[in-house]
Design a protein around this ligand. Structure first.
Ligand code: PA5
Length: 464
């Protein structure tokens, strides 16, 4: 099963002057060639590209661990944020029952419930512990840096709670860490306190980590075929290896977006027509936003580039956002994600045949309805000369999902090099982290605190 990408509606031949022309491609040819060369040169450093191939033993270890532990616990709880949380959520939503946690255990294949706690809103953990017994949970602390305040604070709360309830030795069995091989506190703690741990390989950054233990461990604990996910990624990698952009869906996706950006399309809306793919938009939003939104070019020149990712869901957002997308400013690309075959078929009964506005629905399936509405939205966008493109999954399976994730990852890296920025850093995130440390008086952040204190005070007249 192979994912398809149709970008006809990005082109001037379909949407006129708003579209991309052959002339645009010609103008971008040197940049595309440069980015292609960079991708080849930097491939050895992009170790996330090898994840489909080099994890046989890890997959076996994760699978065995999930089977050994699954009956011991009621819930698997991810403690992580950003790249350490969005992937696990997206894959679970895509491949498991939408009401997975509400199903009786036997309908979950005997696997535990899954919760992802990716915020430090105090209500989140308190209410979680009103829902599940922490002593019946396995907590997966995921942090590449091993020092993210949000995740590590959750870990500290849970460690103390478990030790109080179970004692040190038993508490230990309820914590598993996923972190860097050497950097940060988490690996030190895991080793010293004897927690089971999995490694995030060097060169695999947070938002590119879904296909390593960051994503594979939670997925395996929900009964997902993780080898299938990796097989799908390998299938996409076979296409992404080619330098011929017309045959490389990831390079083409990136090039279309960056050429469009130059033509004023500052926003890309990802709109799956499947509830199962809803959180893929969240995952993509971080990947695209954090990777491409940059102040400096690779040569240190101020560039302030990026393209704002927006999350939407078909058909739901047809009744919320599509008015804006078809008639508002010409500043967006709409990426529709369709599915050929849904996991279920639902037929509308033949009722109200005498009422034309309802009668036509009788005998039609919801499958037809959602696909027809997708086609109709595509038509409306195209008629209004709005750039749009469609990715289609034959069905949502581990293999096709692996293809989609890998496509987006390679596209993001390629888009970064087309923009001549570093797609793998996130200095803008660091500023906020450092300011938090300074406000808490963390040693070493005195200069930052002084800088913050010296900022102009707020004026009461602007507060109502
Ligand atoms: O993509 C990234 O690097 C970030 O979004 C991180 O995933 C996020 O900040 C969490 O970092 P860490 O995994 O180090 O706790």
């Amino acid at each position: 099963m192979k994912l398809r990408m149709d970008y006809n509606n990005m082109m001037d031949s379909r949407i006129g002057a708003e579209g991309i022309s052959q002339k645009d491609f010609d103008a971008w040819k040197p940049a595309i060639e440069r980015a292609t060369k960079t991708m080849t040169e930097k491939r050895p450093a992009m170790t996330w590209r090898e994840l489909p191939y080099n994890q046989k033993e890890i997959v076996a270890d994760i699978t065995a661990y999930a089977h050994e532990m699954k009956n011991e616990i009621d819930a698997f709880v991810v403690l992580g944020i950003g790249g350490s949380a969005l992937g696990p959520m997206a894959v679970q939503q895509a491949l498991n029952h939408p009401f997975y946690n509400e199903l009786p255990r036997e309908k979950r294949g005997g696997f535990p419930k899954l919760y992802v706690v990716d915020n430090v809103d105090p209500e989140r953990l308190v209410y979680l512990f009103e829902t599940v017994d922490p002593t019946r949970c396995l907590f997966n602390v995921i942090s590449k840096s091993g020092s993210t305040s949000e995740t590590m604070s959750q870990f500290m709360i849970i460690k103390a709670l478990l030790e109080e309830k179970l004692g040190k030795e038993k508490a230990r069995q309820h914590i598993v860490c996923t972190t860097d091989t050497a950097k940060g506190n988490l690996i030190t703690i895991a080793k010293e306190e004897n927690y089971k741990y999995f490694i995030i390989p060097d060169g695999v950054g947070g938002r590119f980590s879904q296909l390593c233990p960051v994503g594979l461990l939670p997925a395996a604990f929900c009964g997902i075929d993780i080898a299938g996910l990796l097989a799908g990624a390998a299938q996409m990698d076979a296409l992404c290896k080619t330098d011929d952009i017309t045959k490389n869906p990831a390079y083409m996706f990136a090039a279309l977006h960056i050429i469009a950006l130059e033509k004023g399309k500052n926003i890309t809306v990802v709109m799956p027509y499947a509830d199962s793919l809803k959180f893929i938009s969240d995952w993509f939003a971080q990947l695209w936003g954090e990777s491409l939104g940059k102040h400096f070019s690779l040569e240190g020149k101020v560039v302030n580039v990026g393209q704002t990712p927006v999350k939407a869901l078909g058909v739901t957002d047809q009744h919320s956002q599509v008015q804006l997308y078809t008639e508002g400013p010409f500043d967006k690309i709409i990426v529709l994600i369709g599915v050929d075959t849904y996991r279920e078929t639902l037929t509308i009964p033949k009722l109200y045949g005498d009422m034309p506005s309802l009668g036509f629905l009788g005998g039609v399936t919801h499958n037809d309805l959602i696909q027809t509405e997708q086609a109709a939205t595509e038509y409306a966008l195209t008629k209004a000369s709005r750039m749009n493109m469609t990715l289609t999954l034959p069905a949502v399976t581990p293999q096709t999902l692996g293809q989609l994730l890998y496509l987006f990852e390679v596209a993001t890296a390629f888009a970064g090099y087309l923009l001549n920025i570093d797609p793998f850093d996130q200095p803008g995130v660091e500023e906020g982290k450092n300011a938090t440390y300074a406000l808490f008086g963390r040693p070493g952040y005195e200069a930052k605190k002084a800088e913050m204190d010296a900022a102009p005070a707020k004026d009461g007249k602007y507060i109502v």
